[in-house]
Design a protein around this ligand. Structure first.
Ligand SMILES: Nc1ncnc2c1ncn2[C@@H]1O[C@H](COP(=O)(O)OP(=O)(O)OP(=O)(O)O)[C@@H](O)[C@H]1O
Ligand SMILES: [Mg+2]
Ligand SMILES: [Zn+2]
Length: 487
């Protein structure tokens, strides 16, 4: 069964159905009621906040034969035709499309013709900032001598790109991002109306991730509906969107604050194993840092962009451990790295490196609670691993495992983490070695020799290990003497 996308099915048809944008809606309704319609309106605001919807409601209201209190009736011929998009006097132009340019050229001639079907011709020009200079000039000419019974509604997400000459001829309305609560309550209506089964937490997550755009919220809900049979859970939403869980990020940042290198690398490993994308991962990490900054500076937790109620206490606790300059520096670093990432093939390194870097940047500042202070770079007394013996004992157990291990190199040990590096061409060896069977043999041998349980991590090195970001970081954190580069 072909189904109308939720965001279309739920396009508001009357001013009263619009979520938020109260002043705009009120002003436009009054204007219709009092017959004081301007020749040109400019609707500015983020995507998915109701600009096109309100433009169409206004177009209906000014053409409606049963208008009451400024609202269109949605019953008369013109209302129905406008809803359907087939009313001749409501002309929608997408300035972003190639045709947009021709349509604007056309407009100058046709605009003077009297309305064919209705009372008022309405031109809705979407993404108006995309018009060429030539098209803007054509539009300006028309706005300078506006023909009677024509209304222009220009909509844009980027008002700063619109020439001042145009701006000065329009009545401007700013559409705002919708709040999480506004989005949640509209989503609840949609859920009830469509008999959807969804966890409350999942709904909150969708609203949070919609970031102020109701269209995005509805689209996400649509995807969930398409992919899930049965109850939609919070996990489903995370998976569908490829998002990193805020709980996961909170844990990762706790590792960062603790200088827990093993924890950091382990977490990143898990995220990549689950198929998370590096770019998205860093984007979300930046959002987390931003939330940390918000919690730190304003304590205004309603403004959080990623962290949910459940994880708030952890965020607050972390906020108590860091200083504002450190978080800012971390955020800046994260953004720089996001840019690098696009041009870098070994994306995972970049991610690892930035987090290892943060483990030094985000050291608890003077704001920190003393108990929480744990210097990340505290140099443990040097611990030696008799690598030759390890290799020998592994060989006794399994020759093939020995071959795999011998193509890597010992980078060092810190606390309970043994780091083993593989050069670029040895990716296969590294992956094989990381498989449970081989890893377990190594772990048993290490336990025998070191007389305690340890963890082991296999990392890929760059062409020149000395220049490899992970190795460099390891040197910084473990101390150069702990990291051997043997060729
Ligand atoms: N304020 C709102 N009230 C009710 N529904 C809304 C609102 N904003 C967006 N929506 C929902 O999102 C859909 C898209 O909204 P609309 O096209 O009006 O957004 P827009 O601001 O024009 O976005 P864009 O800048 O991407 O064109 C609507 O069909 C509706 O389902
Ligand atoms: Mg629009
Ligand atoms: Zn009507």
């Amino acid at each position: 069964m072909a189904q109308l996308a939720l965001y279309r099915a739920w396009r508001p048809q009357r001013f009263a159905e619009v979520v938020g944008q109260e002043q705009t809606v009120q002003a436009l309704k009054n204007a219709v009621r009092q017959g004081r319609i301007s020749h040109a309106y400019l609707f500015c605001g983020p995507r998915g906040t109701g600009k096109t919807s309100v433009a169409k409601i206004l177009a209906k209201a000014v053409n409606c034969s049963g208008e009451a209190g400024g609202e269109p009736c949605n019953q008369c011929f013109s209302c129905q035709e406008i809803t359907r998009g087939s009313f001749m006097d409501v002309i929608e132009i997408d300035a972003a499309s190639n045709r947009g340019i021709d349509e604007i050229r056309d407009l100058r001639e046709k605009v003077r013709m009297v309305p064919a079907q209705g009372k008022t011709k309405v031109y809705i020009i979407d993404e108006v900032h995309m018009l060429t200079t030539e098209a803007f000039n054509a539009l300006l000419k028309t706005l300078e001598e506006p023909p009677a019974s024509v209304v222009f509604i220009l909509a844009t997400t980027e008002p700063h790109k619109i020439p001042a000459t145009i701006l000065s001829r329009c009545q401007r309305y700013n559409f705002r991002r919708l709040t999480g609560d506004e989005i949640t309550s509209r989503l609840r209506m949609v859920v009830a109306d469509n008999n959807l089964d969804i966890e409350e937490k999942a709904l909150e997550l969708i609203a949070r991730r919609a970031a102020g755009s109701l269209r995005d919220g509805l689209s996400i809900l649509d995807q969930c509906q398409a992919y899930c049979s049965g109850r939609i859970s919070r996990e489903d939403v995370l998976n569908i969107l490829g998002l990193v869980d805020d709980r996961f990020l909170a844990d990762l940042f706790s590792c960062v604050l603790d200088g827990d290198i093993g924890g950091i690398i382990g977490s990143i490993d898990r995220a990549f194993a689950e198929g998370k994308e590096a770019v998205q991962f860093l984007r979300e990490s930046s959002m987390y840092l931003r939330d940390l900054l918000v919690a730190k500076t304003t304590g205004e937790l309603a403004q959080l962009s990623l962290v949910t109620d459940e994880v708030r206490p952890v965020l607050l606790q972390q906020a108590g451990r860091v200083g504002v300059p450190e978080v800012l520096a971390a955020l800046k670093k994260m953004m720089e790295v996001s840019v690098q990432l696009r041009f870098n093939e070994s994306q995972r390194f970049v991610v690892e490196t930035v987090f290892l870097d943060l483990a030094t940047t985000l050291t608890p500042g003077e704001h920190a609670a003393p108990a929480a202070t744990q210097a990340p770079a505290a140099r443990a007394p040097r611990e030696e691993i008799p690598w030759g013996r390890v290799l020998d004992m592994v060989k006794e157990r399994k020759v093939t495992t020995h071959a795999l291990l011998a193509s890597g190199r010992l980078l060092g040990i810190k606390d309970d983490l043994v780091l083993i590096g593989y050069k670029k061409g040895f990716k296969f060896h590294r992956e094989k070695m990381a498989e449970k069977e081989n890893r377990d043999i190594l772990l048993q041998v290490l336990e025998k020799i070191l007389k305690r349980k340890v963890e082991v991590e296999f990392v890929l090195l760059g062409e020149q290990p000395e220049n490899d970001p992970v190795v460099q970081k390891a040197i910084e954190l473990f101390g150069a003497d702990l990291v051997e580069i043997i060729d």
